[in-house]
Design a protein around this ligand. Structure first.
Ligand SMILES: *Cc1c(COP(=O)(O)O)cnc(C)c1O
Length: 426
């Protein structure tokens, strides 16, 4: 009999996968809470929230029911000239949680498009005002997505190498990791002084794809204030950090300064459906109001504000209240803090850090996405029934908030087991 995985291998091209060397994909038939079940009957603890999307657990009954109800009521409608309750309500509920200068919501499909929309808004904002500001500043190790604009504002890396000549020019500053803050602020001010900077864009507090790099809210506050001193817009990409990941509802909740534009996706729908949101201040919105049609924001996707995605987003926010999710998040953070102390004692670990529900560290020294330990660690974790996907030699845990103590123990045990194997692999 041909298995699902074998049929997959005949026709499917997977993301971020070298298909020549990739093993058979694991066919998942169902998910419940933090657990995934394969067609072979094996179970896996989803310790990376299925690529950072899932919040309250797979198959969460409240979100599933809300989507089913919405599907039977109104599954999709054009979003130009028309509107619908889920889109309006999600905008109202989300804006109530964001910094109080945020007042407009633009819907799209995923994290890359949320960022594309953000940079186009920022660029056209200055265009509409008749000012020549074309430069964007980003963090050197940033990741904002895989479409061309999102690649342009992301780190020049192995991901972007084949396209590097085609990407638009962006100025980069170093990530202000502890000890590096002054240097970053100096680099930033040097660029801002030129007076042609449209916007700064950054991932607040946590750069996921860069290898779970972390920096403080204090320096981000300084970055935002500095940008505003030079009239430069600030975009915060909360695609990963949004919806509780860093311990507060949004990373921007740690700040006193306010961004002008914010990007959301991943956890926005509780991890059920693809959807992106770009939020903006009224000041930005007003720069597009004109009798001149050329000042219109000519951007949109067929599935803009898809009612199913909006319903899932609303249901996810309801679950935050029903289940007191922020206390679950605090519990995970406390457990991570305790596990971090155990990791410190191990001779082959370094850079141990925790932010909210994210724990990360390096093994074997240095950092590299193509580190030779990566595949060995991944395979070992899978054998242990734990889905962990190290970024090179950076191991991280980023679980759904519903993860049980027993499941989290299994994840910690798999990591300690891996550390025990390390010397056999080196
Ligand atoms: C994942 C991610 C994106 C891209 O989102 P997609 O939905 O995968 O396009 C953008 N920014 C950040 C910070 C991300 O983590």
């Amino acid at each position: 009999m041909t298995t699902l995985s074998q049929r997959d291998q005949r026709h499917i091209w997977h993301p971020y996968t070298q298909m020549q060397t990739a093993g058979e994909p694991i066919a998942i038939v169902s998910g419940k809470g933090a657990e995934l079940t394969s067609d072979a009957g094996d179970t896996y603890v989803d310790a990376i929230s299925s690529w950072w999307t899932n919040l309250h657990g797979h198959g969460h009954p409240h979100i599933a029911a809300r989507i089913a109800h919405q599907a039977a009521t109104l599954e999709q409608v054009i979003f130009a000239g028309f509107t619908h309750a889920p889109a309006v309500e999600l905008a109202e509920k989300l804006l109530a949680l964001l910094p109080d200068n945020q007042n407009r919501v633009f819907y799209s499909d995923n994290g890359s498009t949320a960022n594309e929309v953000a940079i186009k808004m920022a660029m056209q904002y200055w265009y509409n005002l008749g000012e020549e500001r074309h430069t964007i500043i980003a963090f050197r190790d940033s990741y904002h997505g895989d479409t061309f604009g999102a690649m342009s504002i992301s780190s020049r890396s192995a991901f972007t190498l084949p396209f590097v000549d085609l990407l638009f020019r962006v100025e980069f500053v170093d990530v202000p990791v502890p000890g590096q803050e002054e240097e970053t602020l100096n680099q930033l001010e040097g660029l801002l002084r030129r007076g042609n900077v449209a916007s700064f864009i950054g991932e607040p507090l946590l750069l996921g794809t860069a290898g779970m790099m972390m920096y403080t809210a204090e320096v981000l506050d300084s970055i935002i204030s500095l940008c505003h001193k030079y009239d430069t817009l600030v975009i915060l990409d909360e695609v990963l950090t949004g919806f509780g990941r860093t311990g507060k509802m949004f990373a921007s909740d740690y700040l006193t300064a306010q961004p002008d534009i914010m990007c959301f996706s991943k956890g926005l729908t509780g991890g059920f459906l693809p959807m992106g949101i770009t939020a903006a201040t009224e000041v930005i919105y007003e720069a597009f109001l004109s009798d001149d049609k050329m000042k219109t924001f000519f951007h949109g996707h067929s599935y803009t504000a898809n009612p199913l995605g909006c319903a899932a987003g609303l249901a996810s926010l309801e679950v935050f209240k029903q289940e007191n999710t922020l206390s679950k998040i605090a519990h995970i953070q406390a457990r991570h803090d305790a596990f971090a102390e155990r990791l410190v004692a191990h001779p082959q670990t370094s850079g141990i850090r925790v932010l909210g529900t994210v724990l990360a560290f390096e093994v074997g020294g240095g950092t590299s996405y193509f580190h030779n330990l990566r595949d060995k660690m991944y395979d070992y974790f899978i054998q242990q029934g734990v889905l962990l996907r190290p970024l090179g030699n950076t191991v991280y845990i980023l679980p759904p908030y519903c993860i049980t103590d027993a499941q989290l123990d299994a994840v910690y045990a798999a990591i300690e087991g891996m550390l025990g194997e390390l010397t056999n692999w080196q």
